[in-house]
Design a protein around this ligand. Structure first.
Ligand code: M6R
Length: 605
């Protein structure tokens, strides 16, 4: 999603802007641009479609001078990825960068056109520049012009304004979309996240919803939604935790897959002490009557796995929903129920809106987030960090398994609180969980086998993934990963659903990937595999040694998963899902870390 950076500095700012934009690349983008005000007050901009290197090449040939500037990576919402639609948008003496969607832009644009102002782009953002420029032309000083424009905007935005003739001024604002102010020594910064600001400062202030701020090199004056000047805390961020580096791997995703044994070990050490689960106060499940688990994409699928655990282990009814449906469905929620929002970024617009709805209806809201300073972490009653560390690859890997691990711990806590597990039974399950990092390490050894299989998968037009029970959502996640990374059409199904429709797709060209540990449902899945093979379907069976020994007759290939892990095997089976997608993408030559059209942090609806 769009990334924003702004600097009021003491050095030539355009190289710094481009460097900061590079740190925001992981969010996903299709064009980029910067604007600066030089020492004589002249406002100018450069924009380029495609990768940041195109913008930096442009700046080599057409440099921009100045110590004050704004920059942007654009993920197109309104209008194609063209230079004219790239940010910064400029009208007269103002330039603007924006993340979010101005929902009433058509109405504003019509008004501006009626006033004789001609838009130069198809974007919603340009209306903000047009409005502000119009007010400046009418005589308002820059800050007042920006404020007057802001008052007209509906929708979601993080905005930064830069003005001609103003070498020491920037106005920034946020509603819905995240924005962080960085404090330097005689310099000020603004960015979509702390990652972008980490090279400049470790002192960050997060704007709250509805805030706007007037920045000069001397500091930030912050105003709330009613226009009252307010104080917002300065936080020290751990700059080390924002390091973005491939660590010798070819792609961030390969690095992040390989980190899973370690980060999951961190999660277990954080939440489990001896045979006790240690959670923040207020997480007692004794009188909860129902749980709603909500997220988007992979985070939603983590919730879907957890539904099986909460219901089986704790006997706690559990609803799972995608946030974009939940938020508008107005679901009736019991006042004794809890709501758990799951999100890597903690900024996903739909999940945030679902949380807002739930806050008014349930007994407790919990945010399961990887970015501890995010809006969901701040808005939920209780924030539980998933401790995956920074995840750069757009396709989620370690964030998913860390979410699963925290959810497994919550389900065990719920089962214990509700008397469904005694101390001994809890200790048994905790031992299973503690075995997961070692088993993950073994599962990582499947990388080479997955690479070999990717030659076969990369030829396919369609791929089916099948799983039962808590492995069904992992099959969905496998299909999502393959789609995202390799652009091959893939679908996940509950194994038992196959004969109710999807079996019509089976022929010898459709690989069918079956996730089937040797458990109580294994024989049923073997029957489903027979149905596929009877129609010449080519099966890749993922199972433990016992399952492979008894169920692999006639299959195209097998992947031998480690045995063990008890109920928490979905965490293990995530690894081959990630590697199959990763290696297939490499075989196809797609952009692994930044797949086309995707954004890491989806801050618009
Ligand atoms: O930051 P979030 O966890 O809220 O993001 C949710 C989804 O956008 C995300 O999981 C998406 O599906 C990933 N690209 C999956 O790999």
């Amino acid at each position: 999603m769009c990334g924003i950076i702004g600097i009021l500095g003491n050095h030539e700012v355009s190289p710094q802007l481009v460097d900061a934009l590079r740190r925001l690349e992981y969010r996903g983008y299709d064009s980029a641009g910067v604007a600066t005000v030089d020492d004589r007050g002249r406002l100018d901009r450069r924009r380029a479609v495609g990768k940041l290197v195109n913008l930096s090449d442009r700046l080599v040939h057409e440099p921009l001078r100045g110590h004050a500037g704004i920059g942007h990576t654009r993920w197109a919402t309104h209008g194609a990825a063209t230079e004219a639609n790239a940010h910064p948008h400029r009208h007269g003496r103002v330039a603007v960068v924006h993340n979010g969607i101005i929902e009433n832009f058509r109405e504003l644009r019509d008004e501006l056109i009626a006033a004789g102002i001609r838009p130069q782009s198809q974007t919603d953002t340009e209306t903000v520049a047009l409005l502000t420029g119009q007010h400046m032309d009418a005589g308002l000083p820059p800050v007042e012009a920006a404020r007057t424009a802001l008052a007209r905007l509906q929708g979601a935005f993080a905005l930064a304004f830069l003005f001609e003739g103003e070498t020491d001024l920037m106005v920034v604002a946020r509603k819905g979309s995240p924005l962080a102010i960085g404090h330097g020594d005689g310099e000020m910064f603004v960015g979509s996240d702390a990652v972008a600001l980490a090279p400049f400062t470790d002192r960050i202030t997060y704007l709250e919803d509805g805030d706007h701020a007037v920045l000069t090199r001397a500091g930030a004056l912050i105003y709330d939604r009613d226009g009252h000047q307010v104080g917002r805390p300065q936080n020290r961020i751990d700059v080390g935790a924002t390091a973005i580096d491939k660590g010798g791997y070819r792609h961030f995703m390969a690095k992040e897959i390989a980190e899973q044994p370690v980060v999951i070990g961190d999660v277990l050490n954080h939440y489990i002490k001896g045979d006790r689960i240690v959670l923040p106060e207020g997480l007692d499940f004794t009188s909860v009557d129902r749980i709603s688990l909500v997220g988007c994409g992979t985070a939603h699928l983590a919730g879907h796995v957890a539904k099986y655990w909460f219901e089986q282990l704790a006997g706690l009814p559990c609803d799972i929903d995608v946030a974009s449906e939940f938020r508008y469905r107005e679901p009736p929620l019991s006042p004794e129920s809890w709501f758990i929002a799951i999100s890597q970024s903690g900024e996903t617009a739909d999940t945030l809106a679902a949380l807002d709805y739930a806050r008014a209806h349930v007994a407790r809201t919990v945010g399961l987030v990887n970015v501890g300073t995010s809006a969901i972490a701040r808005d939920a009653d209780i924030a539980l960090p998933t401790l995956a560390g920074i995840e750069v690859s757009v396709a989620s890997s370690k964030a998913f398994t860390c979410q699963l691990t925290v959810l497994a711990i919550l389900a065990l806590k719920a089962a214990h609180d509700r008397g469904r597990l005694d101390d001994a039974a809890l200790a048994g399950h905790l031992a299973d969980l503690r075995s997961i990092p070692g088993l993950l390490q073994q599962a990582l050894n499947l990388s080479e086998d997955c690479r070999a299989l990717s030659e076969w998968l990369s030829q396919a037009q369609d791929v089916l993934y099948l799983g039962r029970g808590a492995l069904f959502p992992v099959a969905l996640e496998g299909a999502l990963k393959l789609k995202e990374l390799s652009y091959i059409h893939a679908e996940g199904y509950a194994s038992g659903e196959l004969k109710h429709g999807p079996i019509a797709l089976i022929d010898r060209d459709v690989p069918v990937i079956v996730l089937a540990p040797h458990d109580g449902l294994f024989d049923k899945t073997i029957s489903n595999m027979q149905e596929v093979m009877a129609r010449h379907g080519q099966i890749l069976l993922l199972s433990d040694p016992e399952g492979i020994a008894s169920g692999s007759d006639g299959v195209h290939a097998t992947l031998r998963m480690p045995a063990g892990g008890g109920l928490f095997q979905p965490i293990l089976y995530a690894i081959p899902m990630q590697y199959l997608a990763y290696h297939t993408a490499v075989a196809k030559g797609t952009d692994v870390d930044q797949p086309r059209n995707l954004a890491k942090s989806v801050t618009v609806e």
